[in-house]
Design a protein around this ligand. Structure first.
Ligand code: ZNH
Length: 145
C-alpha cells in the first residue's frame, strides 16, 4: 500500500534526477563497497580498483540499463512484479545473481540520491525511496526457486 505523500515524494525526486548519472554512481558504489559483486561483471574488462571501475565504459552503460528498468518500476509501483517477471527469471536462471545484491544496490541508490539532494532526502523521503527500492528488489527476486 502506498500513501499519496510517498508517491509524490518519489515522483518529485525522480522528476529532476539525472538517471544516467545516479545509476552510474550507485553501481560504482556497489562494486567498490561490496567487492564480491565484481564477479558478475568479468566481461566488463578492467575493474581493478575504484578509479578503474568509475572510468569503465561498460559499467557506465550498465548503470544506464539498470536505471531504465528502475524508471519503468517507478512509473507503476503497483505492478512491479509483472513488469519484472522476465527480468527476474533472467537474473535467476541465466545470470545467477544472488538476490541479496538487489537490496545492496538499493542502498547505494539511496546514498547516491542523498549525496546529490541533501536537503531534499529527509528521513521521510528516504523512507519512501527505501520502500520503492525494496519493492523493486522483491520483484526481481520473485522468480528465484
Ligand atoms: Zn541487473 C543485466 C536490471 C541489479 C547483475 N540488469 C540487467 C539488465 C537489466 C537489469 C534491465 C539487462 C537485461 C537484458 O539484457 O535483457 N539489475 C537490474 C535492476 C536491478 C539490477 C533493475 C536492481 C535495481 N543486476 C543487479 C545486481 C547485479 C546485477 C545487484 C549484480 C550484483 N544485471 C546483472 C548482470 C547483467 C544484468 C551481470 C548482464 C550484464 C551484461 O551482460 O551486460
Amino acid at each position: 500500500h502506498w500513501e499519496d505523500t510517498e508517491l509524490s515524494a518519489i515522483a518529485s525526486t525522480w522528476g529532476h534526477v539525472n538517471q544516467e548519472e545516479i545509476g552510474h554512481e550507485a553501481l560504482v558504489r556497489l562494486l567498490v563497497v561490496y567487492p564480491w559483486t565484481l564477479r558478475y561483471f568479468k566481461k566488463f574488462g578492467n575493474l581493478a580498483n575504484a578509479a578503474a571501475i568509475a572510468g569503465n565504459a561498460s559499467v557506465r552503460q550498465h548503470g544506464k540499463t539498470v536505471m531504465g528498468a528502475v524508471d519503468q518500476a517507478i512509473h507503476d509501483l503497483a505492478h512491479v512484479d509483472q513488469t519484472y517477471s522476465a527480468l527476474s527469471k533472467l537474473h535467476s536462471d541465466t545470470l545467477h545473481v544472488d538476490p541479496h545484491n538487489f537490496k545492496l544496490l538499493g542502498n547505494c541508490i539511496e546514498i547516491t540520491l542523498a549525496n546529490h539532494f541533501p536537503g531534499e532526502i529527509t528521513p521521510c523521503v528516504q523512507g519512501a525511496w527505501h520502500k520503492a527500492l525494496e519493492v523493486i528488489a522483491s520483484a526481481l527476486s520473485k522468480r528465484y526457486h
